[in-house]
Structures are given as C-alpha cells and as structure tokens.
Design a binder for this molecule. Sequence first.
Ligand code: NAP
Length: 261
Amino acid sequence: MLDPNPRVAGKGFAELEAAGIAVQQGLMEAEAAILNPGFIARMRDGRPFVRVKLAASLDGRTALVNGESKWITSPAARMDVQRWRARSSVILTGIETVLADDPSLTVRELGIARTPLRVVLDSRLRCPPHAKVLQRPAATVVITTGADGPAAMALRAAGAEVVALAEQEGRVPLAEMLRHLAARDVNEILVEAGPTLSGALLRAGLVDELVLYYAAHVMGAAARGMLEMGVLTSMEERVPLVLSDVRRVGPDLRIIARPVR
Ligand SMILES: NC(=O)c1ccc[n+]([C@@H]2O[C@H](COP(=O)([O-])OP(=O)(O)OC[C@H]3O[C@@H](n4cnc5c(N)ncnc54)[C@H](OP(=O)(O)O)[C@@H]3O)[C@@H](O)[C@H]2O)c1
C-alpha cells in the first residue's frame, strides 16, 4: 500500500521504479492496513486510532450503582486486555475511574518491558498524588483545563506531566486532546474508562473500534450501562456498527465492533 505519510508517499515506489524494479501497489491493501491502524489514522485523520475497551455483564452493565466493578469478566478476558494494552502507545482513562478503582493501567504478566504512556482526563485536577496510575515504571500525563496551581504542582511532584488545554463545556476538549497526543507520535490509544468518557468519545465520532467483553451473568437495569451518550430522541441518532470479530475468550464473549463512518 501507498505510505499514508504525505512526506514520503510514493517516493519509495518512484525510487524502486527508477532502479528498474517493477512495483505493484494495493495488493492485499486491506490486510496491510489492519496491521498498522494507528499510523494510518494519524496520517489520515490527524489523530491516533482510538480503541475503547469495556467489560460488561451480558445485559450490558459495567458497574454497580455504588461504583463497584471488580471483576466483571474472567481472568482469561483480563489477560486478553493486557495484549491490547501492550500494543498501545497510550492507555487513556477518566478521573472517575481513577477515583473509583485506583487502577495502575500497566502491562503485566506478558514479560514485556515497554509500558504505554498513561493519560488521565481530569478537568479539575482531582487526581490524588498517591494514585497508582502515577506510580512508576510507566509515565503519566494528566490532561486538565484548569490553571496551574498547587494541585498541578502536587501531581508534578508525584512524577506526572500536567498538560492544560482550553476547556470545552467545562471539560477536556476531546478532539484537541487527541491532536495533542498525535503530535507526540501516539498511534494507538486504548481507552479504559467508564461509560462517561467512553460514551463522550463515541458520540463525538472519535472512536475507531470497540472491544467489548461480555460475561455470563446479569447485573440488572439499575447497574450502570456501557456508554453514556445523553438522550437520543430519534433512531437516526444511533451509532451504526459493523461487527468485525466475535469470539469466546475463556468463559466470556468478546465482540469487536467498528462504528460505520
Ligand atoms: N466495566 C468496565 O469496563 C469499566 C472500565 C473502567 C471503569 N469502570 C467503572 O466506571 C465507573 C467510572 O466511570 P464514569 O463514567 O463515572 O467515569 P470515567 O468515564 O472514568 O471518567 C469521566 C470523567 O472524566 C472527566 N473528563 C474530562 N474531560 C472529559 C470529557 N471531555 N468527556 C468525558 N469525561 C471527561 C470528567 O470529570 P471532570 O469533569 O472532573 O474532569 C468525567 O466525569 C467506575 O465505577 C468504574 O469502576 C468500568
């Protein structure tokens, strides 16, 4: 396939042809693109490839009303998530998940030394300096909208980088946040957040892939859903999806779905 980077696109082909080598392009292009979604998204859309992972009960619930959500899916599904983490440049979460679960969001048990950058969206800098997501060995960026002050200083003292972006409706502007990460050469992002951030990204048209794990139990309609998207008033507002992969992971079901562009 043609390199989507405008700085090099076609130059390699031209050089090969000038040297008398026959070149054909577009052969198995779809398969080639699947190997490299992050770089292609960054070149094509100016933002990284965004993959949202959610773990739910079979009735699509992700947490109890009291916030408890450990562990909905099986150890096999959680190990599968480790592989998505390992291939990502960034693991992105929202501050409410940090406050509720205190996750470390590192790659474990795979024997891989490279750790993705962790990014927390935290408009009002509520992240506690002792949060596990700030602990080494991986680096962490807290993206906020607030002015520099004692909270930012405390997070920096805890080892985090604090980046401030101009607020949009009181929160971190999602498209700009993604452009910021693209400018840092981030190709693939794994979102491991709750329904608020996951839904906001989907509603804004900023999700390329949903990786959904369903466990064989039900949590009931009072438990929290998967994606908060406000109130839809017509079926036209639904987000159409294509299911690109459906399989079992241990006792759970895994569905990979891609929003139709
Ligand atoms: N089952 C699963 O897969 C799974 C995964 C992760 C978490 N969880 C559970 O989900 C719950 C937490 O989820 P949550 O939905 O409450 O929160 P969340 O999605 O983790 O975080 C949302 C928060 O991020 C901040 N944020 C900043 N900019 C934002 C933007 N543009 N759009 C949306 N959010 C933005 C907001 O707080 P500020 O305005 O203060 O910045 C917002 O309240 C916990 O119970 C956790 O256990 C479940």
